[in-house]
Design a binder for this molecule. Structure first.
Ligand code: NAD
Length: 417
């Protein structure tokens, strides 16, 4: 990183975690496709050296540790890495390896782009209207893991404190309640929304929607909305027009003038920053997905939103993702599905979640030409019904292909471009 910008050498070393279960099937396929796309796009001027680092079951088998320090050190040093799915250790100190990676590197954005590929069967009527980029806050909210089980001395102590010192009288069944704490901070919310607005600016996207449940959780989710609007107005005033400003203009000048100002802002290429309550948002994504582009939201909302939107464009096998700290530059791109033990070793797993995450990695490096080539090859394959069985079985002219064969087909399509 130099002055807030990623400086990328022509030869990049990328640490990768192969992944457990289906990881050993999807990782080599993706690397072969990425290598070919980079070679074709840059004719040898640029290349990626893949450096394996261990985590998960493979790490435990070889080193007795689920997440060796050497792996963390590699991600820290090389900034940009990629990972396959990892088995969640049962028992022991680590709750989830993914959470450990995110927390250690403070990867505060979980980025999930969601788009539809022609040919992929979708449960919605007009999937071509779905094109969103979800910025899910990754470090706070109820996910902070601050909770106490009902019946424990800790839960009773917390309740006594709430009752005696904070005057809380609203717990319906205090003796049998578990308790959780939901921290949502100014800095945590602002850095997330800042990243979302910057992304919209850099990618020429029309709007950022703050998705929250501030009507009920006024200080946490409502705070997120308030601080989000502050970022837009105070830090990006020349580039944004917010619904806050719209409401103020409506009060001062009337609705017609407010609408005219918004139309002017849109014509001037400004980003519209608006907000939506999460339950309404989930409904709206089904009814009018074209109204949304970049989404900025809190951790738990983001979890639900990501899965619904992924299902709308083809589901778990094809949804890419990344965890990013835009300040330090650290980023880990990942398969968003699990280790799929029920299909591991059968050559049927869909490599597209990891492959599209690799495309995101290339874009993050600024290697757009290689990224575009892979996306174009995937578009061609899906349009012809060529896909792994999870997708092909729903396509009217579907031609189910094994993981390895599908990978080779994508390489062939790259060569034909
Ligand atoms: P899973 O995602 O592995 O599988 C759910 C279902 O989706 C299965 O039927 C599976 O066959 C199918 N599926 C998943 N990915 C697919 C693909 N690429 N192509 C075709 N079908 C696919 O979820 P699970 O079974 O709940 O979890 C299995 C293990 O993975 C657990 O140990 C869990 O903790 C772990 N997990 C890891 C991650 C991660 O590392 N990011 C995420 C979720 C689950």
């Amino acid at each position: 990183m130099k002055e807030g910008q990623l400086v990328v050498p022509e030869q990049v070393t990328v640490p990768f975690i192969e992944g457990d279960g289906v990881g050993s099937e999807i990782t080599p396929v993706c690397q072969r496709i990425v290598n070919k796309a980079v070679e074709l796009a840059y004719k040898g001027r640029r290349s990626i050296e893949w450096m394996e680092v261990l985590a998960g079951g493979k790490a435990f088998a070889q080193t007795g540790e689920w997440l060796p320090e050497a792996t963390m050190a590699a991600f820290r040093e090389y900034l940009v890495g990629i990972k396959g799915p990892l088995t969640t250790p049962v028992g022991g100190g680590i709750r989830s390896l993914n959470v450990a990676l995110r927390q250690t590197l403070d990867l505060y954005v979980c980025l999930r782009p969601v788009r539809w590929f022609k040919g992929v069967v979708s449960p919605v009527k007009e999937p071509q209207k779905v094109n969103m980029h979800i910025f899910r806050e990754n470090t706070e909210d109820i996910y902070a893991g601050i909770e106490w089980e009902q019946g424990t001395p800790e839960a009773q102590k917390l309740y006594a404190f709430l009752r005696d010192e904070m005057g809380v009288k609203k717990v319906r069944f205090p003796e049998t309640s578990s308790f959780g704490v939901k921290p949502v901070s100014v800095e945590g919310s602002k850095r997330l929304v800042r990243s979302a607005i910057l992304y919209a600016l850099q990618h020429g996207l029309p709007s950022v929607t703050l998705v929250h449940k501030g009507n009920i959780m006024k200080f946490t989710e409502g705070g997120f909305k308030k601080w989000g609007y502050e970022v837009a107005e105070q830090e990006f005033g020349d580039h944004t027009f917010t619904m806050n400003q719209f409401e103020q203009l409506k009060k001062d000048l009337g609705e017609e003038s407010a609408r005219a100002c918004m139309a002017d802002a849109v014509n001037a290429g400004k980003i519209i920053v608006k907000d939506c309550i999460c339950d309404a948002f989930l409904q709206n994504t089904l009814l009018m997905p074209e109204d949304y582009s970049v989404i900025a939201t809190l951790n738990l909302n983001g979890d639900y939103v990501s899965d619904q939107l992924a299902a709308m464009v083809g589901g778990i096998g094809i949804a890419p993702g990344a965890n990013i700290n835009y300040q330090t530059g650290h980023a880990i791109f990942e398969a968003t599905h699990g280790t799929a033990p029920n299909i591991a070793g059968k050559n049927v797993v869909n490599p597209c979640s990891l492959l599209l995450s690799s495309v995101m990695l290339l874009e993050y490096l600024g290697w757009k030409e290689a990224a575009v080539r892979i996306t174009a090859a995937l578009e061609k394959a899906f349009a012809q019904g060529e896909a792994t069985p999870d997708l092909a079985r729903f396509m009217p002219d579907g031609k189910p292909m094994g993981t390895a064969e599908f990978g080779e087909r994508i390489v062939t399509l790259l060569l034909e471009e």
